[in-house]
Design a protein around this ligand. Sequence first.
Ligand SMILES: Cc1cc2nc3c(=O)[nH]c(=O)nc-3n(C[C@H](O)[C@H](O)[C@H](O)COP(=O)(O)OP(=O)(O)OC[C@H]3O[C@@H](n4cnc5c(N)ncnc54)[C@H](O)[C@@H]3O)c2cc1C
Length: 429
Amino acid sequence: MFQQSTQHVASYYAHTCADRLVHRAALEGEHDTEVLIIGAGFSGLHTALRLALAGKRVTVLEASRVAWAASGRNGGQAILGWSCDMPPLEAALGHERARRLWDGMRWAARELRDLPGREDFDCDYRPGHLWTSVMPRRVGLLTDWQHEASHKWGHDGLQFIPRHQLPHWVASERYQAGLFDPEGGHLNPLKLALGLANAIERAGGRIHEQSKALDYREEGGRFVVSTPRGLVRADVLVLACNAYLDRLDPQLASCVLPVGTYQVATAPLTKDQAMALLPNNVCVTDNQFVLDYFRRTPDNRLLFGGGCTYLGGMPKNIAAATRPFLQRVFPQLAGVKLEFAWGGHIDLTLKRTPDIGRRGELYWMQGYSGHGVLPTLAAARAVSDAILGQPDELGLYQGLSNGRFPGGKYLAAPLEAIGKAWYRLRDSI
Ligand SMILES: Cc1cc2nc3c(=O)[nH]c(=O)nc-3n(C[C@H](O)[C@H](O)[C@H](O)COP(=O)(O)OP(=O)(O)OC[C@H]3O[C@@H](n4cnc5c(N)ncnc54)[C@H](O)[C@@H]3O)c2cc1C
């Protein structure tokens, strides 16, 4: 399906990490390991680091480069919660078990703040997320969540921002109100991934780039995985391939639909211009179904994303496709130079619930449905704990059922696109 390339896409993040990108050798010959992780995105890297620090022999195989896919290209918004929100999780698990999942998410938010300092790398982390409402009739969603978060999930720190106070947060007339979460934040995702990779290697783990896993089989109670130039035997196998799993495990791949999404970075603005746009330097999302998301970077750019494509491709001109949305929020940036424009793929599940599970010693992590910066870390704790003999948290994820998309490989995307067109219409009336 999608071909991994040998270099990172030309994103703002690749630009900021030019001096940190080291090549890691491809796998050659036969190897043996305790845990083999396929995919060096956040899911695979967080899991590998936790296991390497716990003393496991860990090997990571990456078809392209570390964080070549969504983890190195995303909006960098570390927002609490899952793409599906809490109702489907509570419906599937009941309140007490869903609350344990939510507590895992708050742990992930704290861990993401602490981990770079502990492992001695920086990733430009800044605290604060603002969730806004475009439509007056959807302001109630903000206050409903503030109430539910506090009363049901013990998340008390949310602050409602009425329209007249919004200019202190975001210089846009588009929004009716906002909800500030001090536990959310934003960061440079490629710096985070590269920091994790270095930490894994310091802890004794191995990472091989340009080492696509071609297939896997079970042999004598162990897994055998082949790559173009090598082979690894492992006791435990973790599939962390996100939207690229495809033929490696067609059954699991049929539970996720790859969807394209994209963003831009402006040329650096003056410090005053950038501060005027987002005075408190929070990241912002709105509560439209097809949402806009944006934030400032340390070098005073605006990073702005939105839009998605369901048939695998990307708009021919991402900058031109995104500019109208950016200027709808910030008309004062009309004509601003867009220096970087790039896209990537997210892995949608039918109900947008995460698909994190296990069959014997085979584990998988996928289905973040476009919201994965914190969820990948929460899932990595569940999977690594299970591998270390503590399966309780993983058991919660296993209680969420994720079916295949109706229509199979060929009809799922058009059907989903029709669904999206309907929601986009609802966003506009
Ligand atoms: C443009 C964009 C913006 C986003 N913005 C946000 C955001 O602001 N906040 C948020 O929370 N989430 C966001 N997301 C989602 C988030 O980035 C993902 O959910 C998360 O990064 C998924 O991490 P992952 O490790 O599971 O997958 P990925 O990062 O996709 O990594 C999977 C890796 O597996 C490798 N791989 C696949 N198959 C094989 C194989 N056979 N052999 C070897 N390697 C293989 C791939 O090359 C890839 O590197 C965004 C996503 C995109 C695309």
